[in-house]
Ligand binder design. Structure first.
Ligand SMILES: Cc1cc2nc3c(=O)[nH]c(=O)nc-3n(C[C@H](O)[C@H](O)[C@H](O)COP(=O)(O)OP(=O)(O)OC[C@H]3O[C@@H](n4cnc5c(N)ncnc54)[C@H](O)[C@@H]3O)c2cc1C
Length: 399
């Protein structure tokens, strides 16, 4: 066979040299110590509790300790300028950054205005950085949660609530409008099902306005919901009929327990798939559906699941799609699954890290979630820890 006929090879995800090439020996050892601590469920439980209390009591030494350890691992910085070093570092390894202001949901109008202003600054910052194609946004950072629930339940707004809702729509519209003009994408996060219909409706209108010539706005589809594969398919058809393109960020979904508990408590059928196999099956189907139509759908495969990443890699290679096409994207969270990110980017696939930023006290809940995700599963080492251990051994830094 002629060499030119051979399919180009995909990444080797077992290559820990590439996975951790961005870390010096010292950084790798620090990361090892942190993941070893997080591997212990008891320490994570106690530490999470203490971190919350310390934030409430305004204890600066705890804030400092968090900043030098877990914050450094999972966040880009306390503000945009502070993130520049992380962004440049990622870019030197061919990896893009998606900016995500990590503040938890608020309800006061001035906090919501502040969050919108922060997002607009992130859009401007992204526009001036070749390596930041997208900013991420949670609509719960721009609207009071209760208003979103009321809207979804069809409960009549009072006059002031009506004004609050209008103000929320203006906030997200001004972010997307500016993003489109400056050529920056906007990912909108998926939320719990009791506000997701409202989110979907808002994002739909944004896509209609801003995805005509180019895809600016992306909705997020949670495939742990049994209705979302069908929704991607019908959204695609409806978008085509309406003359705009779909931006689809695919995730499995983060709120499974909460969803199941609430459904049980209120006695309605759970929107969640019966089991993980069903979630994985729909996730794979969604990837294939989007890839078949990649010229009209931009996909972001936002996962730490290696099989889902491998599937998209294999499909791109099999279908001979251009791996650097703007509509074909992978994304992981900063500080996690470096073996996926850096092996993908080394092989020429569009890969980005979600770079969460914000003051430590604002992102502390986010940090706790990351720590909880990295604890051991029934006494075993977390995957990250076992890969870091392999790399330490490969570098001769551990026996
Ligand atoms: C870049 C990025 C952006 C993200 N943005 C969002 C977002 O906007 N909204 C959001 O909700 N989440 C978001 N997430 C989180 C995501 O939804 C997942 O919770 C997380 O990534 C773990 O799933 P996984 O695909 O990486 O891998 P896996 O570890 O293979 O999957 C774990 C997931 O599978 C599902 N699952 C597990 N057990 C079962 C079961 N018994 N039955 C049915 N399903 C099951 C759950 O969704 C669980 O989180 C994001 C993740 C990343 C990496």
């Amino acid at each position: 066979m002629d060499l030119a006929d051979e399919p180009p090879s995909g990444p080797d995800f077992t290559d820990t040299r590439i996975a951790f090439q961005s870390k010096s020996d010292k950084e790798l050892k620090e990361t090892y110590r942190l993941f070893r601590l997080m591997n212990n469920g008891y320490i994570v439980d106690v530490g999470s509790h203490l971190a919350k209390v310390a934030m409430r009591l305004n204890l600066p030494f705890v804030e400092n300790a968090l900043k030098k350890t877990i914050f450094k691992q999972f966040c880009g910085g306390i503000n945009l300028m502070d993130c520049q070093e992380v962004i440049d570092h990622l870019y030197s390894f061919n990896t893009l950054a998606i900016l995500d202001y990590g503040a938890e949901a608020k309800s006061e109008e001035e906090d919501l205005d502040f969050a919108a202003e922060e997002l607009i600054q992130a859009v401007d910052f992204a526009a001036s950085n070749n390596s930041v194609p997208v900013v991420s946004s949670k609509l719960t950072a721009l609207a009071d949660n209760d208003i979103l629930i009321k809207k979804q339940e069809g409960i009549a707004f009072t006059g002031s609530e009506e004004a609050q809702y209008e103000r929320f729509l203006e906030r997200i519209e001004s972010v997307c409008n500016r993003a489109r003009k400056l050529g920056v994408g906007v990912f909108i996060d998926a939320e719990e099902s009791w506000i997701q219909i409202t989110v979907d409706e808002v994002v739909w209108e944004l896509m209609k306005r801003h995805n005509r010539d180019k895809i600016t706005v992306y909705n997020t589809y949670q495939l742990y919901r049994h209705d979302k594969l069908e929704q991607i398919k019908s959204d695609f058809e409806k978008a085509r009929k309406n003359g705009f393109m779909l931006g689809a960020k695919l995730v499995r979904g983060a709120y499974m327990e909460r969803e199941r508990d609430r459904a049980k408590e209120l006695g309605y059928p759970s929107p969640i798939q019966p089991d993980k196999v069903a979630t994985d099956r729909d996730y794979d189907e969604a990837i294939k559906f989007c890839l078949e139509r990649y010229e009209d759908i931009a996909i972001c495969n936002a996962t730490h699941n290696l099989e889902s990443v491998q599937l998209m890699v294999d499909e791109i290679i099999k279908r001979k799609l251009p791996r650097d096409h703007a509509h074909l994207n992978f994304c992981q969270l900063q500080g996690m699954s470096d073996y996926i990110t850096f092996n993908l980017s080394q092989s020429g696939f569009n890969t980005a890290k979600y770079v969460v930023y914000g003051p430590v006290r604002e992102v502390v809940e986010y940090l706790i979630r990351r720590a909880e995700e990295n604890t051991a599963v029934i006494g075993e080492m977390s995957r990250e820890l076992s890969l870091i251990t392999s790399e330490l051994k490969r570098r001769g830094l551990q026996d």
